[in-house]
Design a protein around this ligand. Structure first.
Ligand SMILES: [Zn+2]
Length: 517
C-alpha cells in the first residue's frame, strides 16, 4: 500500500474574495501534493474556509446581508479556485455548516476538558478582530496591531481558558527535536524563543453576545461560543472524521508519518504552539511538519484594500493563463521569503522561461522530428561524448527536485528543470541537427546515426521535463505530453532514462506559450 501523505492549507476567512496571498499558499500546496502523487504516494490534500469569524459578521453587516449569505457566497469563490488555478485538492471543508466539523470540534473540546485543560475566569484584554487574537500592550506597535495597524478593542468578560502554560516544556522538546518539524529554520527558532519566554493560558471562548450569535456554541454553555481559532484549527482533523475516529482519520492522521500544514508566517503561533498543545491535551497525534511561507507584496506594497492594490488571481489566470500565474508564484517567489508581484516582472518571466525556453524547445524538437522523420521518433543510436551533458542533467533531475521539494522549495525545483531545458536548447545549437540532416541527404551514414540519436535524446528529455513539470504547470505538462505523443505516466520506473518508445508518432500542436508583448 502506498505511503499516505496528508497536506493542508490554512483555511482563509471568507470576509472577502480570494486574493493573491492565498493563491500563493494554495498553489504551493498543490505543487507539494502533486509532487507526492508523482512519487506514487497516497495523497490527501485538504483546504476549506474558516467561517465562524467575527470578521465575517462585520463584512455581512457592511453589505446589509445575513452572515450566512455572505459566507456562502465567498466560500463558493474559494472553491472555484479549483478551476481557475487548476488545483487538485481532495477535500474542502466549510466550518460553519458541516456536521463532521461541528461534531468534531465538540469532541475536541470535550477531550481537552476531560484532561482538565479548560477552565472559566473573568478576563480583560486587548483584542484585534482582524487577527481574532488578544495582544499584550508590549506586542502592539504604537498601540496598534502589528498585522493590521488597527487599534485593538478592550474586551472584558468571563471566558473559558485553555491551560497552554502546562505544555511549554513538551512543546519545546518536540520542536527542538524536529518531531514537530518547522520549516524553514528561522521560523523554528522564532517559535522556540516564543515558547521559552513562557506560555500563558489563552481565551478559548467569547460571549455569544460579543460574537453576535455567530459561531459554534460551547458544549453545555449556550452563552459562550468557541474561540474561532479553536474551531478553525480543528478542521485539520474534523475533515478526516475525527468525530468518529473513522477510516480517514486512522489512515491520514493517526497512523500517518506525513501530516503537513502549509501556512503563512502571520499565523505561526496558532499552528506551532496552540494547535499542538490542543492535540497533546486531547491525546491526539501532532502534525509532523509545518511549512511557513512568506508574504507577497504587489509592486512593493503590502496587499491591502485601502491601497487598492488587491490583485485578483482569478483575473490574472484568465488573462495570462493559469500556468503563467502558477509559474510566477512558484518560480519567481522564493517560498520561504517574502516576494513581490509586479506585472512587468511577471511578463518578463513568462516570456523568458515559458515562451522562449520551454515553448521553443518543444516546438523545435517536435517540428524537426516532423521534418526529418515524418513525425515518427527514431531509435536512439550510439551515444557520443557530446550527449553526455544533456543526458547526465536529465538523469540527475529527479534527485535535484526531490531535494528541493523536501525543503519545500519549488523555486529550486523549477530552477533545476529549467537548467535541463537550457541544456537541451544548447544541445540543439551544438549538435546542429539541420546540418546532420543535410549530410544524411548526401548519403552520410554516420550523420544519419547521429541525427537519430540527437532527436531521440531531445524527445526523451522532453518526456522527463513534462513529467517533472506536472506538479507546477500541470496543463502545460499535459500539452507537452500530447505533442510528444505520450500520456504522462506516474507508474513504474517512468523516471529512468530511455523510456520513450522509439516508433511513437509526435503530434505537433499549437504554440504552448505565445509571447506576450
Ligand atoms: Zn490584527
Amino acid at each position: 500500500m502506498p505511503t499516505p501523505y496528508f497536506i493542508t492549507t490554512a483555511i482563509p476567512y471568507v470576509n472577502a474574495r480570494p486574493h493573491l496571498g492565498f493563491a500563493l499558499e494554495i498553489v504551493q500546496t498543490d505543487a507539494f501534493a502533486r509532487w507526492r502523487r508523482l512519487l506514487g504516494q497516497d495523497v490527501r490534500f485538504l483546504t476549506g474556509t474558516d467561517e465562524n469569524s467575527l470578521k465575517n459578521v462585520q463584512a455581512a453587516e457592511r453589505e446589509g446581508i445575513p452572515t450566512r449569505d455572505l459566507v456562502e457566497r465567498n466560500a463558493a469563490e474559494y472553491y472555484a479556485l479549483r478551476d481557475s488555478l487548476n488545483l487538485s485538492f481532495d477535500d474542502f471543508i466549510r466550518t460553519s455548516v458541516e456536521p463532521r466539523h461541528l461534531d468534531g470540534v465538540r469532541k475536541l473540546w470535550a477531550a481537552c476538558n476531560r484532561r482538565g485543560d479548560i477552565y472559566k475566569r473573568a478576563y480583560r484584554g486587548l483584542y484585534c478582530i482582524g487577527c481574532e487574537q488578544f495582544y499584550t500592550e508590549d506586542e502592539l506597535v504604537d498601540g496598534l496591531c502589528p498585522e493590521h495597524q488597527a487599534r485593538p478593542e478592550v474586551v472584558e468578560e468571563e471566558n473559558y481558558f485553555f491551560r497552554l502554560s502546562r505544555y511549554g516544556d513538551r512543546l519545546l522538546d518536540l520542536i527542538e527535536s524536529d518531531q514537530l518539524r518547522i520549516v524553514p529554520h528561522t521560523r523554528k527558532n522564532e517559535v522556540v524563543s516564543f515558547v521559552r519566554r513562557g506560555l500563558v493560558d489563552f481565551s478559548l471562548s467569547r460571549s455569544t453576545a460579543r460574537a453576535r450569535g455567530w459561531g459554534i456554541p460551547v458544549p453545555g454553555d449556550p452563552d459562550q461560543v468557541m474561540y474561532v481559532w479553536f474551531d478553525a484549527l480543528g478542521n485539520y482533523i474534523t475533515a478526516l472524521d475525527y468525530a468518529n475516529e473513522g477510516e480517514a482519520y486512522q489512515r491520514y492522521w493517526a497512523h500517518n508519518p506525513n501530516r503537513t500544514h502549509v501556512i503563512g508566517k502571520g499565523i505561526i503561533r496558532f499552528h506551532a504552539v496552540y494547535w499542538p498543545a490542543m492535540l497533546l491535551s486531547a491525546g491526539a497525534p501532532l502534525p509532523t511538519t509545518i511549512f511557513v511561507h512568506g508574504y507577497i507584496t504587489v509592486e512593493g506594497n503590502k496587499i491591502s484594500k485601502s491601497l487598492g492594490n488587491v490583485i485578483d488571481p482569478v483575473d490574472l489566470a484568465k488573462h495570462y493563463g493559469t500556468d503563467a500565474l502558477r509559474y510566477y508564484l512558484l518560480r519567481e517567489i522564493r517560498s520561504t521569503d517574502d516576494g513581490d508581484f509586479a506585472l512587468d516582472r511577471f511578463i518578463r518571466a513568462y516570456n523568458a522561461g515559458l515562451a522562449d525556453q520551454l515553448g521553443n524547445l518543444l516546438n523545435r524538437v517536435v517540428s524537426m522530428i516532423g521534418r526529418y522523420y515524418s513525425g515518427v521518433v527514431p531509435a536512439p543510436g550510439e551515444p557520443d561524448p557530446i550527449d553526455r551533458d544533456l543526458t547526465a542533467a536529465a538523469i540527475g533531475l529527479g534527485d535535484r527536485i526531490a531535494s528541493a521539494m523536501d525543503r519545500f522549495a519549488p523555486h529550486d525545483a523549477l530552477a533545476a528543470i529549467w537548467d535541463v531545458i537550457g541544456a537541451a536548447n544548447k544541445y540543439v545549437d551544438d549538435t546542429e541537427p539541420w546540418v546532420l540532416a543535410k549530410r544524411r541527404k548526401a548519403g552520410d551514414a554516420a550523420a544519419e546515426a547521429r541525427l537519430a540519436a540527437v532527436l531521440y535524446n531531445l524527445i526523451e528529455t522532453l518526456r522527463l521535463v513534462a513529467c517533472y513539470c506536472t506538479p507546477f504547470i500541470p496543463a502545460a505538462a499535459a500539452g507537452i505530453a500530447q505533442q510528444i505523443g505520450l500520456p504522462i505516466d506516474s507508474h513504474g520506473d517512468w523516471a529512468a532514462w530511455g523510456r520513450y518508445p522509439a516508433g511513437t508518432s509526435v503530434h505537433p500542436g499549437g504554440v504552448l506559450f505565445p509571447k506576450i508583448d
